[in-house]
Write a protein that binds this ligand. Structure first.
Ligand code: HEM
Length: 368
């Protein structure tokens, strides 16, 4: 073995740090503008490098999330895969947190410093970041109506007809749209959650799940009634309005769990995991859910911090991409991708008010 590796090493050509990282190429890309024939200021170099760093992180995020999606798409997902999925998601979250502090670096550019070269950007804008759009598509964000007629995908379709680069970006987005999203795959996985020991293909599963849901709604109602009594005892004004609110939230919980009166297993599975967090078998599933909630929260904070940085930099003026600027950016913090994961939080009930889990041995407890 020694001889073989010695021979191999002797025949090997040295690879340097710079070669391995393509540093010459990488460091040649901060020249500003398409032609790269313009002298750029220290401020503009800063602006370009911050943007390029973000795009590199986006590239890694896309890679991590594609890995997580592939692992979660197996049916069934081998238990050993869940920690790996969580690992990819948590790395993504850490990158998003890091990117939030990068806005502070961007903010060292003064409004006047930015105005000095802003016109050079023409209509170029982060709105045209195809990696950001791919990230949204991969996660499962609907290309929901954004305000002021801002439609990112329609814009990319238009750019496809204008240049080779535009076409490549559009082809990427089309290819991304044809794959199952992380949100869809998560929903399929949640639907398979064993509830009180019963799985989707088991006989009588529908009744078990319905019983679990009805039991939960009863606990919720009992708790709401107690809260209402407390409000009455405390003399809360307009108590009838408080009652209307409790009634509405109970009706919404019923519609969430039994849309059109039918069992919707993904939400029931999610509720089961969130309710019985102490069960050993559910420990990794709930960690996975927590990781996704954390990821979406950090993505929202990323958008929020970008908007605050922009407000500081350009006030309320129109963006280079033609949007209303800060108002538009703030509106993008309203949408949620993993809506079920957020909504379930409104209907949880404290553990001691819930029925005990049936078949607890199945979930890793050795005695009932
Ligand atoms: C001086 C710094 C910056 C300013 C003033 C700024 C301003 C804006 C504005 C006004 C928009 C809305 C679209 C438009 O009308 O242009 C926007 C969108 C966007 N920007 Fe920035 N930006 C800055 C830096 C960055 C950086 C460093 C990134 C990192 C990649 C970035 C990423 C984005 C993204 C992804 C969008 C699209 C948001 C969406 O539509 O969901 N921006 N930016």
């Amino acid at each position: 073995m020694g001889n073989r590796s010695l021979r191999k090493n002797m025949g090997e050509k040295r690879i340097t740090y710079s070669e391995y990282l393509h540093l010459a190429k990488l460091l040649d890309l901060q020249d500003g503008g398409v032609a790269g024939d313009r002298d750029i200021s220290a401020d503009e170099l800063h602006f370009i490098i911050v943007h390029q760093s973000f795009e590199l992180w986006f590239k890694l995020i896309l890679n991590q999330l594609a890995e997580a999606r592939a692992l979660l798409s197996l049916e069934p997902v081998p238990e050993s895969h869940i920690p790996l999925i969580v690992h990819h998601l948590d790395r993504t979250t850490e990158i998003l947190k890091l990117m939030q502090s990068q806005w502070k670096v961007m903010e060292t550019l003064t409004p006047q410093g930015f105005l000095a070269f802003r016109d050079e950007l023409g209509t170029a804008s982060g709105f045209e970041s195809f990696q950001m759009r791919e990230l949204e598509i991969l996660l499962g964000l609907d290309n929901v109506q954004r305000p002021g007629g801002m439609d990112p995908l329609a814009h990319f379709e238009k750019l496809a007809g204008e240049s080779e680069q535009g076409k490549r970006a559009w082809d990427r987005l089309v290819a991304a749209s044809q794959k199952e999203t992380l949100s869809e795959i998560l929903t399929r996985w949640l639907a398979r959650t064993p509830i009180h020991g019963s799985s989707p293909d088991d006989e009588g599963d529908d009744e078990v799940v319905r019983g679990f849901i009805e039991g939960h709604l009863s606990s919720m109602e009992a708790h709401d009634n107690e809260s209402l009594e407390r409000h009455k005892a405390m003399g809360t004004p307009a108590i009838e309005k408080v009652k209307v609110r409790f009634d509405a939230s109970l009706a919404a919980a019923r519609e969430y769990l039994l849309p059109d009166g039918q069992v919707y297993r993904p939400r029931a599975g999610l509720l089961f995991i969130e309710s019985y967090r102490e069960l050993p078998l559910l420990a990794w599933p709930r960690t996975l859910i927590d990781s996704i909630v954390e990821l979406e929260q950090q993505l929202l904070l990323f958008r929020h911090h970008h908007a605050r940085m922009v407000e500081r930099m350009i006030g309320r003026r129109v963006g280079t991409g033609g949007s209303s600027g800060v108002d538009y950016l703030d509106s993008t913090t309203k949408a949620r991708i993993f809506t079920d994961l957020w909504q379930v939080r409104s209907i949880l009930v404290k553990r001691e008010s819930l029925d005990d889990v049936k078949d607890s041995g199945f979930y890793g407890f050795t005695s009932e």
